[in-house]
Write a protein that binds this ligand. Structure first.
Ligand SMILES: Nc1ncnc2c1ncn2[C@@H]1O[C@H](COP(=O)(O)OP(=O)(O)O)[C@@H](O)[C@H]1O
Ligand SMILES: [Mg+2]
Length: 351
């Protein structure tokens, strides 16, 4: 009885082989390639495959076995791809009856890169956790030994170190949690009438000691007509803390950090400016990406590359925008907007 041709009736399995983006190869009992689809040629970067030994091909590219079970083999190999090296995963399955093997070849470069980014990130987290913990333990050791005999000012200094280390740890953990909730889409802010000055005070509790430690000065210019805003006070403090912290970390020792607020339409624009090395224009769009840190930044100071990501999420959730104005060697100015709060007089009129 003739088979009824469905909508795919004309399409044979062979056509599917040709159309696949994964490479498919068949090797015979002599381990030589009997057939290969176009993707296999493209992925392996070879013009000639039939008749060659696959194992030999893979050996040349330094393939490593990832998994090996009876009749099943997974290998990974490096191969040249446009400009960089890529990673291929080759899964080989023995055909029943031991007449040969079928192999699929897949480009897993992006998964491998993501994995590396994650590993780098974990290392960086561990590194960032270590210094405040080391400081905590060292200060606690001293306090435990000589708390009673210690001069009062020394004890105060010690407790100050303890507090700063604990705050740093808290900040680190909060940043990680925030990044998680931004990614999950559950990030929220609670806006209320407040002032830029208040947010700046909050920020300084955290960043003040850092500015002091690097001998930097903060200058603020917040006129009354650019102060009252509709924002989440704690979160806005967090944005300012992130931006001032960057200005301090990447700016020169003994330099000045300027915080300025100006009315701009129905909003207030706040800017944080430093005298640092600036950021090349081509790098600027990437700065708001999770975990992104420029090479210079990685050499200059610690960090997880989350500050700007979180700041942007906060600013946007409050109905504002954030942007960077910078050029190499020109310093950096990061500015963001906050909706203006209704004037007190207007509020009085409404009641
Ligand atoms: N004021 C600045 N001056 C120079 N580079 C900056 C400045 N602010 C941010 N950057 C760059 O943007 C990157 C991301 O900043 P951020 O998200 O705060 O992460 P982190 O400070 O942890 O590296 C930094 O690593 C740095 O490369
Ligand atoms: Mg930062």
């Amino acid at each position: 009885m003739p088979q009824q041709a469905g909508p795919l009736g004309a399409l044979a399995l062979e056509d599917a082989f040709v159309a696949l983006t994964d490479g498919v190869l068949v090797t015979g009992p002599d381990d030589r390639i009997a057939s290969a689809n176009p993707a296999a040629f493209r992925l392996l970067g070879e013009d000639q495959l039939v008749g060659r030994e696959l194992d030999e091909l893979l050996l040349v590219s330094g393939a490593a076995t990832v998994q090996k079970t009876d009749g099943h083999l997974v290998r990974r190999a490096w191969f040249p791809r446009e400009e960089r090296m890529g990673v291929l995963e080759i899964v080989s399955t023995e055909i029943t009856g031991r007449v040969g093997w079928i192999h699929t070849v897949r480009d897993v470069t992006s998964q491998a890169e993501l994995l590396r980014l994650k590993e780098d990130f974990l290392l960086q987290v561990a590194h960032e956790l270590r210094s405040p913990i080391t400081a905590l333990i060292a200060s606690l050791d001293l306090v435990v030994q000589d708390a009673l005999s210690m001069p009062r000012d020394e004890l105060e200094r010690m407790v100050g170190t303890l507090q700063r280390s604990a705050l740093r740890l808290e900040n680190l953990v909060e940043n990680l949690l925030d990044a998680g909730s931004i990614e999950a889409g559950t990030f929220q802010v609670r806006t209320t009438p407040t002032t830029v000055r208040h947010a700046l005070e909050e920020a300084l509790l955290f960043v003040g000691p850092h500015l002091e430690a690097r001998g930097q000065r903060m200058v603020s210019d917040i006129p009354p007509n650019a102060d009252r805003v509709l924002a989440d006070p704690r979160r806005t403090g967090q944005v300012l803390a992130n931006l001032i912290m960057n200005a301090s970390k990447y700016g020169p020792e003994g330099g000045t950090v300027t915080v300025m607020a100006r009315p701009k339409g129905g909003a207030v624009e706040v800017s944080v400016r430093d005298e640092g090395p600036g950021i090349p224009v081509d790098e600027q769009p990437r700065l708001f990406q999770r975990f992104y840190r420029s090479r210079e930044a990685r050499e200059a100071a610690g960090g997880l590359g989350l500050g700007l990501t979180i700041s942007r999420a906060i600013v946007q959730a409050q109905g504002g925008d954030i942007g960077i104005e910078s050029a190499a060697g020109q310093g950096t100015s990061v500015h963001f907007t906050l909706p203006k709060a209704r004037e007190l007089t207007q509020e009085a009129h409404r009641t």
